[in-house]
Design a binder for this molecule. Structure first.
Ligand code: NAP
Length: 346
């Protein structure tokens, strides 16, 4: 038996903001069989994660491409690998059987041929929607948890600021920090998102950064006594304003710099005298370095979900052909919460 496999690829390297015309859908015939003894499996993709970091993989150069395997460059014309959930349809690997649900690195396509060595495991949905595996119980949730608890190391009552706070990582950082006992303010790109943060997710306050003309003054308004912790998802001017409002011995965790991903000209020029005299600690991190926290993260998040203490924000589109627009939308702030594309019904 054979199937038609459609998958997304890029025509050429892309430096700057991606456009739909930079992508194409390739169509290939995929025989549903594997050679015995190869340990290869074929997965029918169900949900795929849409993540900003993919933009660094399609540039002609980015330091991300040599950092870790997950963020290696994507060669034009080849399939993108991405985190997701699927169902095994053919298995040449004794660890997997036809019908098993799996989570790990699949492709932005209908099917994935998974060779040995690729990070993929059987998926236990724990009675929760399968899509949660891609967001709150996947790398977004783990990133929020690791960044907050392993890097920021908050103390109860500390004042925290989160940028891109209605996004997949940001909303969870804010929710974990509130549950822990911090005072949390978030920035986001629309008044509708501001209302969501305050009314549904329990942030102490939030503002629309697109309506602010002087970010240093804005942060002074929300934190008259200064900020203990900044969870940075955006970089650039927000990072400069934030460092200017930091308390002595404050911590900045740099999760991402999305506003610089597509425009290096926006690179932050923070006042390094502030960094020295306020003894500010600034640390970047990559979640895959912290997999030892996975079980702890999973148990705590599962407990919060069962207790109804944490809200799940998902933004799900469907079909392979809509992956490029879903991806491009991340850089326009189209998404609210975790952006996912459902490829097929469970
Ligand atoms: P996301 O926040 O769900 O989506 C991106 C959001 O960023 C958009 O919704 C938009 O929201 C905001 N944004 C886009 N362009 C912007 C700009 N120029 N200025 C300010 N805000 C802008 O994405 P995510 O999956 O949760 O990831 C958040 C960040 O964490 C990403 O940049 C990602 O690369 C990073 N990340 C890092 C690690 C790690 O290991 N360090 C792991 C996972 C993710 P609004 O404009 O409406 O606020």
């Amino acid at each position: 038996m054979e199937v038609t496999n459609r998958y997304i690829t890029i025509k050429t390297s892309i430096d700057g903001a991606p456009k739909e015309s930079d992508f194409e859908i390739k169509v290939a015939v995929l025989p549903l069989k594997v050679e015995p003894g190869t340990n290869t499996i074929i997965v029918k993709n169900l949900y795929v994660s849409i993540d900003p970091y993919q933009v660094n993989r399609i540039k002609s150069f980015s330091s991300s491409q040599t950092a870790i395997n997950f963020t290696a460059g994507v060669t034009p014309g080849t399939a993108f690998d991405a985190y997701g959930v699927g169902k095994v349809v053919v298995s040449g690997n004794p660890e997997f059987e036809e019908g098993d649900l799996v989570v790990g690195f699949i492709t932005w396509g209908d099917y994935t041929v998974v060779e040995p060595g690729v990070m993929l495991r059987k998926c236990d949905s724990m009675g929760l929607p399968l899509s949660y595996q891609v967001g709150i119980l996947g790398f977004s949730g783990l990133t929020a948890y690791v960044g907050l608890f392993d890097i920021c190391k908050p103390k109860k009552g500390e004042k925290m600021f989160v940028s891109a706070a209605s996004g997949s990582v940001g909303n969870l950082v804010g929710q974990y920090a509130k549950l822990f006992g911090c005072y949390v303010v978030g920035s986001t790109g629309s008044n509708k998102k501001v209302a969501l943060l305050k009314e549904k997710l329990g942030f102490d306050d939030a503002f629309n950064y697109k309506e602010e003309t002087d970010l240093k003054a804005t942060l002074k308004r929300y934190f008259p006594d200064g900020i203990d912790i900044y969870f940075d998802n955006v970089g650039a001017k927000m990072q400069e304003a934030e460092v200017a409002n930091m308390k002595t011995f404050g911590r900045v965790v740099v999760c991402s710099l999305i506003s610089e991903y597509t425009d290096a000209g926006k690179r932050a020029a923070m006042d390094m005298l502030d960094v020295v005299y306020k003894r500010i600690k600034i640390q970047g991190f990559l979640t895959p370095d912290h997999m030892s926290m996975y079980q702890d993260f999973l148990q705590k998040t599962y407990d919060h979900l069962h207790a109804g203490e944490i809200q799940v924000l998902e933004d799900i589109s469907s079909r392979v052909e809509n992956i490029p627009s879903a991806f491009i939308g991340l850089f326009r702030g189209d998404n609210i919460g975790k952006k996912i594309v459902q490829i097929a019904e469970e």
